[in-house]
Unconditional design. Structure first.
Length: 221
C-alpha cells in the first residue's frame, strides 16, 4: 500500500513537472512572439520615418524602393540625419528635406523647423534609455509629419513633392528673367540658401507676397 502511494505521488509529481515544462514552453513562445512583434513595429517605425524625411533615396530624392531587400534592411534601424542623402548643399542644408518641411507648413499644417528635425535625429535613444521612435508619444510634431507623408505618399510615389519644388523653380526662373538687368545672378536650384527657399515657398503659397531674391543675394544668402 505504501509502495502504491509512493507511485501515485511520483506520478503526480511527474505530471506536474510535465505541466510546468509545458507552461514554460508556452510562456517562452508567447514572449518570443511578443518580442518579434515589438521588433517588427520598431523596424516599421524606422522605415516610415526614413521615408518621410527622404533619406533612403540616392542623392536625397526621397524615393523608397518598397521591394528592394537591401534598402528595407538599411532603413529598418536607426540612421543619422542625411546618412543616405549625399552631401548638403553650399549652405549646409539637404534641400529635399528642407523643402518638404516648407511644403508641409504651407499646405496648412504645423510648422516643423529643419533644426527640430535634425535635433530629433541627433540621438538614437531617449534620456531614459528607451528607443527614440517618432510614434512613442514624445514627439507629436514629428509623428504628425510622418503620418502626413505616409498617408499621402508625397514622395516620388505620387509626384506631389516633385510638382511642388518644380513650381518653386518656375517662380525662381521667372524672377531671374525679370531681374537679370538689376544684377540678380542665377544659381542652381538645389544650391539655394534656406532664406531663398523660404521666400520662394511664401511666394508659391501667397500670390500677394512680394518676392525679393535680389536683396537676399546681396546679403550673402
Amino acid at each position: 500500500m505504501k509502495k502504491k502511494h509512493v507511485l501515485i505521488v511520483g506520478a503526480i509529481i511527474m505530471l506536474g513537472g510535465f505541466g510546468f515544462v509545458g507552461y514554460q514552453i508556452n510562456e517562452n513562445r508567447r514572449e518570443e512572439a511578443r518580442m518579434a512583434e515589438e521588433q517588427r513595429e520598431i523596424e516599421e517605425a524606422y522605415r516610415w520615418l526614413h521615408y518621410a524625411v527622404g533619406i533612403l533615396g540616392t542623392g536625397g530624392t526621397g524615393s523608397w524602393d518598397f521591394v528592394n531587400p537591401s534598402i528595407l534592411e538599411r532603413s529598418s534601424v536607426y540612421r543619422p540625419f542625411g546618412s543616405f542623402s549625399g552631401e548638403p548643399n553650399d549652405h549646409g542644408i539637404f534641400w529635399w528635406q528642407y523643402l518638404i518641411l516648407r511644403m508641409y507648413y504651407h499646405r496648412g499644417y504645423t510648422y516643423l523647423s529643419y533644426e527640430m528635425l535634425i535635433d530629433y535625429f541627433s540621438e538614437e535613444f531617449e534620456s531614459d534609455g528607451t528607443r527614440r521612435l517618432y510614434n512613442n508619444g514624445r514627439h507629436p510634431e514629428i509623428e504628425a509629419f510622418v503620418v502626413w507623408m505616409r498617408e499621402g505618399l508625397r514622395s516620388e510615389q505620387n509626384g506631389e513633392f516633385d510638382r511642388y519644388w518644380e513650381s518653386l523653380d518656375r517662380i525662381r526662373n521667372i524672377y531671374t528673367v525679370n531681374h537679370r538687368d538689376q544684377g540678380f545672378r542665377s544659381q542652381l536650384f538645389y544650391q539655394l540658401s534656406p532664406q531663398m527657399f523660404d521666400a520662394l515657398a511664401r511666394a508659391e503659397a501667397d500670390p500677394d507676397y512680394v518676392l525679393d531674391l535680389t536683396s537676399l543675394q546681396e546679403q550673402g544668402y
